[in-house]
Design a protein around this ligand. Structure first.
Ligand SMILES: C=CC1=C(C)c2cc3[nH]c(cc4nc(cc5[nH]c(cc1n2)c(C)c5CCC(=O)O)C(CCC(=O)O)=C4C)c(C)c3C=C
Ligand SMILES: [Fe+2]
Length: 475
């Protein structure tokens, strides 16, 4: 990090300087400022040309840039984080009550939850991005798509035991993180906020208020940033922070992405190295990184850094493996596409078939976009893709487990939290009194929107081309 040259393309030289100092001081690779909440995320910074050292950051709003500048001077004395890499908290005021909010996606606890869970997911404007004029269709469409998709999803959840393991694993990670922080001399309360199922982000926020947390670190459990994942959760939080007076003075640090951290990269390399040894011919195994996809428009139109971060992440892991003498070939592909639009390519299923045709005999699948086992590792990779690979001529198939509670990984997350503490900034959050949010609470308008939208959504059911698009893409 120290050698990295950050260029804030659109910021003034003074801000550039301060941001530099700030990140070097805290050894944090992501700047901690709330993301823009208009969902048109703007990519403003690249580092060197080399993908391994590329660092992508967003243009913070002017007031946030100011907040960063102020913070660099004001809060460093509260928590002293050793610049030389030791990550123990040396000094902390007794009155402080530190909270860490882990953000995650959430998943259905049982099969009855599947359709309402899918509804919440598709009702998210960061998952189905409709033009402003068609926003009123969001909820009826979510209803329609969730109903159409529910049986397929239920089958998948049934095959992994009838529900998502995500909450259990996230709770275990929270517990492990708490212990790891204690070992580094920081007592913190850990909260889990899920985006689409219980415990919802809003529930976690209520608890944070009840517990009178005085400093908050927000840590999405997604290593790479996407508008559809961390971005969506952070947008929800920003909406809450704008409305709730409690958060006006609360110092908060938001970690947007953390895939570049040594601890994460090394933990991933450890898992891959270990799994390679289980093959009869380790040297000939192709390492197949499989990331959750996003629609191409996220990257090309909305400036989602997800693809660039994913590619950077893969090259960092490969670099680490090479430094250990592991020289296997590798590929990166994207899985789990949904709906009729183009998603990031190559698609995992298509690439597996292609590699089989090219005569590749051994594949090691590495789920790369998520740190817990979930439906897409346990069902999609372990069942669907394994079967496809064997049918396509791949003779040896393996899969790297998710990091879950791997101790080197959790310990690094604890260091990340500690490094983020001095960046926690109280940003004056203006209450939003414009009409947009009031629309939502206007019951009459809501009912009209729902009725009108439902009629259109229903009409779409009888629009054969539209529907067949969804059917073809197995919604
Ligand atoms: C980095 C990870 C993820 C990205 C990016 C992402 C984008 C994204 N997802 C959908 C649609 C669905 N995702 C579903 C489940 C699901 N998604 C992620 C992660 C990312 N999603 C996880 C970890 C999970 C699993 C949760 C669990 O219960 O284990 C589902 C539901 C399952 C299914 O029916 O397949 C859907 C649907 C979209 C549309 C999208 C980007 C726009
Ligand atoms: Fe997803």
């Amino acid at each position: 990090m120290d050698s990295m040259q950050t260029k804030l393309l659109s910021s003034k030289p003074t801000n550039l300087h301060i941001c530099h100092q700030f990140t070097n001081l805290c050894r944090i690779k992501t700047c901690a400022f709330p993301v823009r909440d208009d969902r048109s995320f703007k990519l403003v910074s690249h580092q060197n040309d080399s993908p391994a050292s590329q660092n992508l950051i967003y243009l913070p709003q002017r007031r946030h840039r100011h907040a960063i500048a102020t913070n660099a001077h004001s809060s460093a004395h509260t928590y002293i984080v050793d610049k030389c890499g030791s990550d123990q908290v040396h000094s902390i005021t007794k009155q402080e009550r530190v909270g860490v909010l882990l953000l995650n996606l959430g998943g259905p606890d049982n099969l009855d939850d599947v359709q309402p869970f899918l509804y919440n997911l598709f009702a998210d404007p960061d998952i189905i991005r409709l033009p402003r004029l068609f926003k009123f269709l969001q909820k009826p469409l979510a209803k329609l798509i969730s109903v159409l998709r529910a049986s397929k999803s239920k089958e998948a959840y049934a095959s992994i035991g009838g529900g998502s393991p995500l909450l259990r694993i996230t709770n275990e990670q929270a517990e492990a993180l708490k212990k790891a922080l204690q070992e580094k001399q920081l007592h913190a309360d850990i909260y889990v906020g899920m985006r689409y199922w219980h415990p919802f982000t809003e529930e976690a926020i209520d608890q944070i208020k009840k517990d009178h947390i005085t400093k908050l670190v927000i840590l999405p459990l997604y290593p790479q940033f996407s508008i559809s994942t961390s971005g969506s959760s952070i947008r929800v939080l920003n909406d809450i922070f704008r409305e709730d007076g409690y958060f006006e003075g609360l110092p908060i640090s938001i970690i947007e992405s953390w895939y570049q951290r040594d601890g994460y990269i090394k933990s991933m390399a450890d898992l891959i190295q270990r799994e390679l040894l289980s093959f009869p011919n380790s040297d000939e195994v192709m390492i197949f990184f499989s990331a959750h996809g996003v629609p191409v428009s996220y990257v090309e139109e909305a400036g989602d850094p997800y693809k660039a971060q994913m590619e950077d992440c893969v090259s960092l892991i490969i670099h680490e493996l090479k430094s250990r003498g592991v020289k296997n070939s590798h590929v990166l592909a994207y899985q789990s596409r949904v709906g009729p639009v183009q998603w990031l390519k190559p698609y995992t299923d298509e690439l597996i078939v292609e590699l089989g045709q090219q005569g590749v005999k051994s594949l090691l699948a590495v789920p790369i976009s998520f740190v817990s086992e979930h439906i897409e590792t346990l069902e999609e990779i372990d069942m669907e893709y394994k079967e496809l690979a064997l049918e396509s001529g791949i003779e040896n198939w393996g899969r790297v487990p998710a990091l879950n509670c791997t101790s080197s990984f959790i310990s690094d997350l604890a260091s990340l939290v500690i490094e983020a503490l001095p960046t926690a900034t109280a940003v004056a959050r203006a209450r939003n009194n414009n009409g947009n949010d009031k629309d939502e609470s206007d019951i009459m308008q809501y009912v009209v929107k729902m009725l009108f939208g439902s009629v259109i959504a229903f009409f779409l059911l009888f629009f054969p081309r539209f529907l067949s698009l969804f059917r073809n893409s197995s919604l």
